[in-house]
Design a protein around this ligand. Structure first.
Ligand SMILES: [Zn+2]
Ligand SMILES: [Zn+2]
Length: 258
């Protein structure tokens, strides 16, 4: 009996030597057999199937996946646009909704790390070109600030964390450019018009960019990072306020989902 158990133990040890301990899925904990191109060994195949990447053809302004149009209906009707364009990595489906909920409201940091990796894929797809050849070079990353009251409730700002992680991965500095002076209601319950009204006057420009970057503020490319793009109202209002402080800035958006 002892011999058989001993043999089993030796067998296991040998298997481990030949096939070292596999990485496990950040969401369900199952071992990962094959790393994938986009997320490596962060997610197993089954959890990864919940993530729907946005395809090649997108609205040139908001990054919505479109089949044939270069400008979607929403962007065609937008009266004032203060940002150049926005892109998102994935579709906001049920799987992504749950992931964002776990991260934002339950404070699950593992999910945050995963969403940072998803965002980075969006960066690589849409923004990652050498500055010398890019028509839209990005010199600085920034984020959507949270009002103090909300920050107190949630303890962290997901937009800031995502921007920090992107800054680490890309080496592009991050700066705190905005102050949230008005706590807006949970946006998901509001319609487009209400959202716009609630956002008016929500931000104030926070001077001090000189400290954060050596890049000249002449036509500086600034990327605003956020978790979700819904109507573009937040990005538009943030871009408007950033450009009050930095009139020559070109503001872009990048979100995990839309
Ligand atoms: Zn999994
Ligand atoms: Zn659009």
């Amino acid at each position: 009996m002892l011999t058989r158990e001993w043999l089993r133990g030796v067998g296991k040890a040998m298997v481990h030597m030949v096939y070292p301990e596999k990485e496990s899925c950040q969401l369900c904990g199952k071992p990962i057999r094959f790393p994938t191109e986009k997320l490596g060994t962060l997610l197993c195949e089954s959890c990864q199937s919940d993530i729907h990447w946005i395809g090649e053809h997108v609205c040139k302004v908001c990054g919505r996946e479109e089949n044939d149009k270069s400008l979607c209906g929403d962007c065609g009707y937008r009266s004032e646009r203060h940002f150049v364009f926005s892109r998102s990595a994935t579709h906001y489906n049920e799987g992504m909704k749950q992931l964002l909920y776990r991260y934002k409201y339950q404070g699950d940091r593992k999910v945050g790390k995963l969403l940072g990796a998803v965002l980075y894929q969006g960066w690589k797809k849409y923004y990652d070109l050498p500055k010398s050849i890019s028509k839209h070079p990005i010199h600085l990353l920034t984020f959507v600030p949270m009002h103090e009251e909300r920050l107190f409730e949630r303890s962290f700002n997901q937009s800031k964390e995502l921007a920090e992680e992107l800054s680490e991965k890309t080496g592009i500095p991050m700066a705190d450019l905005l102050i949230r002076v008005k706590a807006t209601d949970k946006q998901s319950k509001q319609g487009r018009e209400e959202r716009l009204r609630a956002l008016r006057g929500a931000f104030r420009y926070k001077p001090g960019l000189e400290v954060a970057t050596s890049v000249t503020t002449e036509s500086i490319g600034i990327l605003l990072v956020d978790d979700i793009y819904t109507t573009g109202a937040t990005l538009n209002e943030a871009a408007r306020v950033i450009r009050r402080g930095l009139p020559n800035a070109k503001v872009y958006g990048l979100t995990v989902s839309r």
